[in-house]
Write a protein that binds this ligand. Sequence first.
Ligand code: 4AD
Ligand code: MG
Length: 465
Amino acid sequence: INALIGKILSGDYPIGERLEVCGWVRTRRDSRAGVSFVTVHDGSCFDVLQCVIPQTLVNYSNEVVRLTAGCSLRAAGALAASSGKGQAVELLVDTVTVIGWVDDPETYPIQPKAHSFEFLREVAHLRPRTNTFGAVTRVRNSLAQAVHRFFNSEGFCWVHTPIVTASDCEGAGEMFRVSTLDLQNLPRTAAGGVDFTQDFFGRETFLTVSGQLEVEAYCLALSRVYTFGPTFRAENSNTSRHLAEFWMIEPEIAFADLSMDADLAERLLKSVFRHVLDERQDDLAFFDDRILKGCVQRLESLVSCEFVRMDYVEAIRILEGCGAAFEFPVRYGIDLQSEHERYLAERHVGAPVVLMNYPKNIKSFYMRLNDDGTTVAAMDVLAPGVGEIIGGSQREERLDVLDARMVECGLDPADYTWYRDLRRYGTVPHAGFGLGFERLVSYVSGISNVRDVIPFPRTPGHAEF
Ligand code: 4AD
Ligand code: MG
């Protein structure tokens, strides 16, 4: 039987069963008693399988004793209870085939020791072989599956919104252009600008910054929808929370207001935390031990705590009166910085905060204008330790108000004809949000930099892989 190590270690096979495993060597230790202990990983769980390889094998002296970290192999033998500490079972190997050698073991970047995150980013193609990145990858997968499971259980439909788009959802002008034009020889309009009618799509196009506008169209027909895919932002932020390419989960609900939106965000987060706590105990225990003490306890308490809802004005009042020395001064009207968000969630409340009703001047055109005429029905979910992980709002469903907001934001309603149609034909109150997937994984794992929770990070100046 060809078996995954995760299944073996979780007790799926009885002692004495003959098994075959395929994987990569992490360590080798030769004992004087004439056996080598080779630990093997295959990515299916956090732990390695100890393979006990006796001297009597035909290829022992010319192959087994030359095994180093990173070599790939196939080993077969009987499963046995282990008397050594550190593992319950081990494989008593009777046949081992080396599949791939490591060219130069001295310079192989992934040695069985602790490597810095900075170093591992330089070998992003090999870092999945480390304990840490194996764990991150499995936790990331578990969270993604949990997201789909949650929405499915609540009757949502997953909609695949486009990657290439002509609309700037956030209106922040941080889009990557998609073009097949020859940069050396750009077609020009009579006025001297670039003639995008000669480009592939016959117009100017970009990589999407958010699937929201398109998912709204589907929401206003299927009631409960979400999109989950890659999004792109050409913002020049070199921070531990920003990537140029990141994944976002964006639900949208019809016949709903901001309060229902906040309820949905809370249910989603609690559900995925519960799922990963149950499914990936092994990896989370490692994070708790080696990355951030108490991160498992933090997740456990989030599942049962109540998120605190607070208005923006109230947050400003708290921040102004708290006496903390912020780098960025606080006054009504500012866009909160991560230091402010973290103060509120970590120091003031000690739980996630849903901050609501921001001044309209710092928010996007599509957010619903409140009756006060100065704030919009926006919400951000601030998590202790990370800051903003969710940004959302109730959407402006009134065409006249939407048009006025677009103009105020310097946008031309004529560029949003299809979006305006959604308000012309059977409009309804609706709301949604975006959950940054890397910020979620970072929060769960305690790994503070989002570059270390995505397989191949894209940041300003970096797309080597
Ligand atoms: O607050 P944002 O910009 O909201 C939107 O894009 C809305 N259209 C979402 C919606 O209502 N459907 O982004 C949402 C979340 C943020 O809270 C953050 O978690 C994440 O996306 N995010 C980023 N994550 C990594 N790198 C970046 N550059 C990010 N920008 C936003
Ligand atoms: Mg935001």
